[in-house]
Design a protein around this ligand. Structure first.
Ligand code: KG4
Ligand code: ZN
Length: 366
């Protein structure tokens, strides 16, 4: 039986290059985000044109305590008002994950609170529920810098991966394209902005895996094709060339995303019939052209379409707090000996937690 008492959770996210802390209260009417602090490390990594794991870990060490204090102050509560602490335990850059998880353990231990070790991808998978009542089951397209997969989200902790990328993640493909065109970091927004000013028909770029069975992705060939065009244009590469290449790249991405989504729906239609729901999450879900194309496919296929607000699409701790609250409400938390997992597939996310009575005192009462 679900516990209808409101559950207040501190969430901690440090798996990549955002240091984030949030406070979420999950009540019978759904979650309320009471504080949502995100410290971006973009400036620290910009000179290297990519995330440097050691720099990320150090920046988490420097920023996390302040982010947590700011989130608690914004929520207007003390540690004693919490029902638990949720920290990302993977997948991600191990140094950063360790910083967040160990901090979460320390707070849980000092204040005798249950700890919930959250899979970062589960956070993304549940993120649309921060914004409104998105009920299970739904088809999730998770597209970020490190991940690119279709998941059938059947219930809390019950995730089936339907397809994923064979090489680069979609966000990675945007970032690599941006790097080839010297557009700076992060690449996705820069490519999207330039694409809006470009001619998508000037360059004929490949659409990898289009019309192939299943719903896997592949983006390495598309990136290589962009690299070839850039090399051919050489030093003469103009602003218009860059815009046209961005437009062609994004047009290819849209066609692939549409085709793969149709295939994922084909697999689910016999099971879900008329009540399909499509959710897009992860940093790439910020892309308005991708959202619009997904919305069009959803409407044509009679799926309802959900995309979380942008601040919940990119990495944040509110989604980690919500995943923790949902798990705690369902009776799960983790021991303080739980390990960080740099690799942790989403379809294994249900396996790690164990019943709350093994955790802290408050958990035992819940
Ligand atoms: O979810 P996220 O913040 O971090 C990861 O877990 O990876 O996603 C970041 C990724 C980056 O690759 C970034 O370039 C991409 O999301 N991204 C975008 C856009 N905004 C962010 N890609 C395409 N269009 C955008 N507007
Ligand atoms: Zn992420």
């Amino acid at each position: 039986m679900e516990n209808e008492r409101p559950i207040t959770i501190l969430g901690i996210e440090t798996s990549c290059d955002e240091t984030a802390a949030a406070v979420v209260t999950l009540g019978p009417d759904g979650p309320v985000v009471r504080a949502d602090v995100v410290l971006s490390q973009v400036a620290a990594h910009a000179p290297y044109k990519g995330v440097v794991p050691e720099i990320a870990a150090r920046a988490h060490v420097e920023g996390l305590d302040g982010a947590i204090a700011a989130a608690m102050a914004e929520a207007g509560i003390g540690f004693g008002d919490l029902d638990g602490v949720a920290a990302t335990a993977g997948p991600g850059l191990i140094g950063g994950v360790m910083v967040g998880l160990v901090t979460g353990k320390a707070i849980a231990m000092a204040h005798d609170l249950p700890l919930i070790a959250v899979n970062h991808l589960e956070g993304h998978a549940l993120s649309p529920r921060l914004a409104g009542p998105v009920t299970f089951p739904y088809l999730l397209l998770l597209v970020s810098g490190g991940h690119c997969q279709f998941v059938a989200v059947l219930g809390l902790g019950d995730y089936r991966r339907l397809g994923s990328t064979l090489d680069d993640a979609l966000g990675e493909a945007f970032d690599k394209t941006a790097k080839l065109l010297d557009l700076g970091m992060p690449g996705g927004p820069a490519v999207e902005a330039l694409a809006a000013r470009g001619d998508a028909t000037r360059f004929d770029l490949p659409r990898p895996l289009l019309r192939r069975d299943g719903c896997d992705f592949s983006f390495a060939g598309l990136k290589t094709a962009v690299a070839r065009e850039v090399a051919q244009l050489g030093a003469a590469l103009s602003e218009q060339d860059k815009a046209d290449l961005c437009a062609a790249f994004q047009a290819a991405v849209l066609d692939v995303v549409e085709d793969r989504t149709r295939h994922a729906m084909d697999a689910l239609d016999p099971m879900w019939g008329a009540q399909g729901r499509l959710v897009v999450a992860g940093g790439v879900a910020a892309n308005k052209a991708i959202r619009a194309r997904l919305e069009a496919v959803a409407s044509e296929r009679n799926y309802r379409f959900f995309a979380p607000p942008l601040r919940f699409c990119t990495d944040n701790a509110a989604m980690i707090a919500l995943a923790g609250a949902e798990r705690l409400r369902a009776g799960f938390s983790d021991g303080l000996d739980v390990a960080a997992r740099p690799r942790w597939p989403l379809d294994e996310a249900g396996a790690l937690s164990r019943p709350t009575h093994k955790a802290g005192r408050k958990g035992a009462k819940a």
